[in-house]
Ligand binder design. Structure first.
Ligand code: HPA
Ligand code: ZN
Length: 347
């Protein structure tokens, strides 16, 4: 690609919108908008501790990860039937299609649901059907990644894996999320080893609030293929070299980091520094209904705050395809579409 310099800064917002991209870090339960939470609560007869949509939205003032997780798990309590899971994911795909997301790998938190008596089958079948329809209706390729909640035990993670294995063909990998500090990756060493034997892809949240040491053990103990967030890597030069050398992608979520006070403002986010250090950075939305924006909101606000340019847009979108878990031929096809988009803008 050599047409970056032809693209004027004025056309950058249109380029960010139009370029095809993959989303690799979205918790599907974090796409539940307050309106849908209330609609599902009514449909299922669930009583919410909030009087109105406005009341609920007003509670979205977070000080750290845990302050968000408390509200996020409460919001997920309205999901009961398979159709609820379908409707939630469907609403996400409508937003993703509008942002020209052409491939998405969705995290889901089964333990949040099975702990309330919802069957694993209900969760996975609803989400999977939405993924199948996303391809048919929007041309979005989509896949599911099952996340273990790290504040729970490894034994509970093993139990969750056993419940999910009858549906092994409906998810492509496993991840690790929830409260990071005090729950290091190595707590889940054995269950990740088992998942690796099963041929599942492996990712983990590390270095969102937790120290660089958690990123090291996610890589060396869990042997993950990508790091979710990873922004704390900046404090460890040897780790930065390792991530660059091994082309380990970071699924960075700028608006999430802003809302959870990982950075005081977007202008102080280290995404540009991570890119400049040669890391395979991607931009993602994390929990868009809670953090004030979907993919293109993340792109446009981050570009404005950090003064990023067309060449950064190309690198970020290209990284998103390279770091995805689709086959090589599909990666090439998406990157060709990306090149065509940039050439169109350069003319
Ligand atoms: N971090 C950890 N766990 C999560 C997140 C996050 O950003 N979103 C949903 N679960
Ligand atoms: Zn996340």
């Amino acid at each position: 690609m050599d047409s970056f310099s032809d693209i004027s800064p004025a056309r950058l917002p249109a380029l960010l919108q139009a370029m095809p991209k993959a989303e690799l870090h979205i918790h599907i339960e974090g796409s539940l908008e307050p309106e849908l939470i209330f609609a599902l609560a009514q449909r299922n007869g669930v009583k919410l501790p909030y009087d109105s949509v406005e009341d609920l939205r007003a509670a979205y003032a977070f000080t750290n990860l845990q302050s968000f997780l408390d509200i996020y798990y409460a919001g997920a309590s309205v999901l009961i039937e398979e159709q609820d899971f379908y409707d939630m994911a469907r609403a996400y795909f409508v937003k993703a299609a509008a942002d020209n997301v052409v491939h998405a790998e969705l995290f889901f938190d089964p333990q949040t649901h099975t702990a309330r008596g919802v069957a694993m089958q209900t969760v996975i079948n609803g989400l999977h059907r939405a993924c199948v329809d996303a391809q048919a209706d929007f041309g979005i390729s989509a896949a599911l990644i099952l996340c273990f909640l790290r504040h729970l035990s490894e034994e509970e993670a093993f139990d969750t894996l056993a419940q999910a294995l009858p549906y092994r063909d409906k998810f492509i990998g496993v991840g690790l999320d929830s409260g990071e500090v005090g729950n290091p990756p190595e707590k889940f060493a054995r269950v990740f080893a088992r998942c690796r034997e099963l041929g599942l892809h492996l990712v983990a949240h590390a270095g969102e609030e937790g120290p660089p040491a958690y990123i090291w053990t996610a890589l060396d103990v869990l042997q993950v293929e990508r790091i979710d967030h990873g922004v704390q890597a900046m404090h460890d030069p040897a780790l930065m070299q390792r991530l660059a050398r091994d082309h380990i992608a970071l699924t960075v979520c700028p608006l999430s980091n802003l809302k959870l006070c990982v950075f005081p403002d977007l202008a102080q986010h280290n995404l540009r520094a991570l890119l400049d250090a040669g890391l395979a950075v991607t931009i993602n939305s994390d929990d868009p209904a809670y953090f004030g924006g979907y993919m293109n909101d993340n792109f446009t606000q981050t570009f404005a705050a950090l003064g990023l340019e067309a060449r950064h847009a190309y690198a970020l979108a290209r990284n998103s395809f390279e770091a995805s878990f689709i086959d090589e031929a599909a990666k090439r096809r998406y990157i060709t579409r990306l090149d065509d988009c940039f050439e169109g803008f350069g003319r």
